[in-house]
Design a protein around this ligand. Structure first.
Ligand SMILES: Nc1ncnc2c1ncn2[C@@H]1O[C@H](COP(=O)(O)OP(=O)(O)OP(=O)(O)O)[C@@H](O)[C@H]1O
Ligand SMILES: [Mg+2]
Length: 293
């Protein structure tokens, strides 16, 4: 679904240039449910905006659903945003109207797009488990319920790809879990590819793949060893497995063979001081040693 290679984004504001993405590589398969984590300022939203066609990359390759986004004209971008992607933000107030009902909030963007499928709005509320609240005004709904209205709207154009930037940032853990369950359901039932950006390491543990971004580059990947279903089953049976059993962390090697070694590892062998290490091959392993100079 998504192929990002050597993606670069430079923001120019006045005389200052900020390199938000510095040659990022990322591949996401169709039907994946995955998360992107990283510190504040690491480039997560920048990446999501590129994927959603809200902003253009400065250089590199970006293909989504077989389309080359760097070759897009303005009109292509409009079609792409309308037909291929759905977007969910942390702060849903920017998409929703408080004095309209849940149903009216979902209907509005459908009508504005000139579509006459008004009845679809109720189906969408049903899909996010909110049909029983359709007649309530938005300001009568909880934060998590409002977020589900926003998700229903994001699904209105039947996107292939759902992008969510900190979708659980402003709700409590219980609501966050419900929203994540909803993403999982949509992913399973409709084959929707879902990419979630989050700060929350706990939320990230609940998807099959987590990619960590550092300084605008992918630095490591955590893959789930067992499926979420298997884990739920174990939980029901009272089997307690450690985190190391369920997840495995990998460092990402880029095309040029570069990989990022965790800072605390480097520090422990004094490499952060000398800026050099020795790399040796031994018995099918690559060993990194402190330099003697
Ligand atoms: N429109 C912009 N103009 C200039 N600089 C920008 C712009 N948007 C983002 N940046 C800069 O690019 C870098 C990456 O920002 P980004 O918003 O992608 O980070 P993030 O990982 O989403 O952070 P957070 O977790 O705080 O949301 C930051 O240094 C930020 O200041
Ligand atoms: Mg952000």
């Amino acid at each position: 679904m998504i192929h990002c290679e050597n993606l670069v984004k430079i923001y120019k504001a006045a005389d200052i240039e900020v390199v938000a993405l510095q040659g990022l590589d990322l591949h996401i398969a169709e039907g994946e449910l995955m998360a992107i984590i990283g510190n504040s300022g690491s480039g997560k939203s920048t990446l999501l905006n590129m994927l959603g066609g809200l902003d253009r990359p400065s250089a590199g390759n970006l293909r989504v659903d077989g389309k080359d986004l760097l070759k897009f004209k303005e009109s292509d971008l409009v079609t792409y945003k309308r037909e291929t992607v759905g977007f969910v933000w942390q702060n849903n107030a920017r998409n929703l109207i408080p004095y309209l009902t849940a149903l009216e909030n979902v209907e509005l963007p459908i009508l504005l797009q000139g579509r006459r499928k008004r009845h679809r709005a109720l189906d969408l509320l049903e899909a996010v488990g909110l049909s029983h609240r359709s007649k309530n005004k938005l300001n009568e709904l909880s934060g998590g319920e409002q977020q589900r209205v926003a998700i229903a709207i994001a699904l209105a154009n039947q996107p292939k790809l759902l992008l969510a930037d900190e979708p659980t940032g402003s709700v409590d853990t219980k609501m966050a879990n419900q929203i994540l369950d909803l993403f999982r359901e949509l992913n399973r039932n409709f084959g929707l590819t879902v990419v979630i950006v989050t700060h929350d390491p706990l939320l990230a543990k609940k998807v099959d793949r987590v990619v960590a971004i550092r300084d605008g580059k992918t630095s490591s990947e955590i893959l789930r060893r067992k499926s979420y279903q298997e884990e739920l089953l174990e939980l029901e049976q009272g089997i307690v497995s450690s985190e190391a059993d369920s997840h495995m962390e990998y460092a990402v090697v880029d095309k040029a063979g570069r990989l990022q070694i965790p800072a605390n590892y480097l520090e422990s062998i004094g490499a952060s001081r000398t800026h050099k290490v020795r790399v040796e091959m031994e018995d099918g392993r690559i060993i990194i040693l402190p330099s003697d100079k």
